[in-house]
Ligand binder design. Structure first.
Ligand code: NAD
Ligand code: GLY
Length: 359
């Protein structure tokens, strides 16, 4: 079992990583006998893991209710969020309840926002079941729902009390979703850790084959990198923004194509290649490094260009609504070299269009 701590003073919390945690009641600290829990999950994950988890908690003396939401990114919405509030109020649950998010990034982001806002904030535990959620979205407290006009536009920073990563959950994850998670994994190598990028080049096939040791190391390294950056810049006033490499382009793709048609990781992968092309226009990031990123994304089963249906001009309205736009000026996370990235100001429409067309 691996245990990391996200160091945020009184709000510090553990990330526990191991196979089989969903069968071990001790994993669910700080939930205790007599506590109330609302499990939030969806209709894809419920048949796989809901009974097992609720029985485990009930046997441990916990009072368990659950709400099963419709699957998919288009349901990361205010309307579906309201179903969680209705379930909480109907039972009813008070301020002493604990919301447990059992699912991928969609459930984690939505249930996290429910926890942040229900009765002005209740305890929250993340149980991420996709690779993407295990390496990124469950750690760091970004919670949100989408708006038809933009991804993640309504949300809050709200940290969980604990993140419980059961590696066995990945055994049921469809291959396309595993690839989607690898986009965020590769992102960490590009922006922070060239040695990890090298390791990924040597081990990507093992990860795709769910080889336990490679998988455990990969998830631990990503969580370490994320925990460090969140501890240093919880509210994204500085270096946390680097985690958004490729996301401005990616969010434009997800919003324009209709939520769920391009998976988050697929859109981020194409977006990272666009950011690489933009960096090349500033004389940064060598052709060799660009080729290595493209090759690794392709080996991970990810796209390296945007949807054919989208013209470069289609990205711009979405990108100008991006959260990284300050006082109307577009900023973009650009890679400098493998293992280093920066936030670059003064990005013009011409640079954006060229970077999209270059891919
Ligand atoms: P997802 O939550 O939609 O899960 C992908 C699919 O896999 C869904 O159909 C889901 O039901 C299914 N699934 C989940 N676990 C499964 C399992 N173990 N076995 C079988 N099927 C399973 O997508 P995701 O890729 O996990 O998350 C994407 C979301 O995360 C996006 O909304 C994105 O904006 C968000 N995100 C948030 C952060 C953050 O910091 N909060 C970071 C990155 C991404
Ligand atoms: N996934 C970006 C962040 O957590 O900041």
């Amino acid at each position: 079992m691996e245990r990391l701590i996200v160091k945020l003073g009184e709000r510090s919390y553990p990330i526990t990583i191991a196979a089989g945690l969903l069968n071990d009641p001790a994993s669910f600290w700080p939930v205790n006998r007599g506590d109330n829990v609302m499990l939030v999950t969806n209709d894809c994950i419920a048949p796989l893991y809901l009974d097992c988890l609720s029985e485990l908690l009930i046997q441990d003396g916990v009072k368990v209710d659950y709400v099963v939401l419709p699957d998919n990114e288009q349901n990361k919405s205010l309307t579906v969020l309201d179903q969680v509030f209705t379930a909480l109020l109907t039972k009813p649950h008070g301020r002493d309840t604990t919301i447990i998010a059992l699912g991928g990034g969609v459930i984690g982001d939505l249930a996290g926002f429910a926890a942040a806002s229900y009765q002005r904030g209740v305890r929250f535990i993340q149980v991420p079941t996709t690779l993407l959620a295990q390496v990124d979205s469950s750690v760091g407290g970004k919670t949100a729902v989408n708006h038809p006009l933009g991804k993640n536009m309504i949300g809050a920073f709200y940290q969980p009390a604990s993140v419980i990563i059961d590696l066995n959950c990945l055994n049921t994850l469809p291959r396309r979703e595993l690839s989607s998670g690898l986009a965020e994994v590769i992102k960490y190598g590009i922006i922070f850790d060239a040695a990890f990028f090298d390791w990924l080049e040597n081990n990507i096939d093992m990860i795709l084959a769910l080889e336990p040791q490679a998988l455990a190391y990969c998830i631990r390294r990503c969580c370490e990198l994320k925990a460090d950056i969140v501890a240093a810049d919880e509210r994204e006033h500085g270096q946390r923004a680097l985690l958004n490499l490729g996301h401005s382009y990616g969010h434009a793709i997800e919003t324009h194509m209709g939520y769920g048609n391009w998976l988050h990781g697929e859109a981020v992968a194409a977006g990272m290649m666009m950011a690489v092309r933009a960096a090349r226009r500033f004389g940064q990031f060598s052709d060799v490094a660009a080729e290595r990123v493209s090759a690794l994304l392709l080996r991970a089963g990810l796209p390296v260009s945007g949807p054919k249906e989208m013209a470069a001009e289609d990205y711009l309205p979405h990108m100008t609504r991006d959260k990284k736009v300050i006082a109307g000026h577009m900023r973009l996370v650009l890679p400098v070299m493998l293992g280093k990235a920066e936030v670059r100001a003064g990005i013009t429409d011409d640079i954006l269009i060229a970077s999209i067309n270059d891919c």
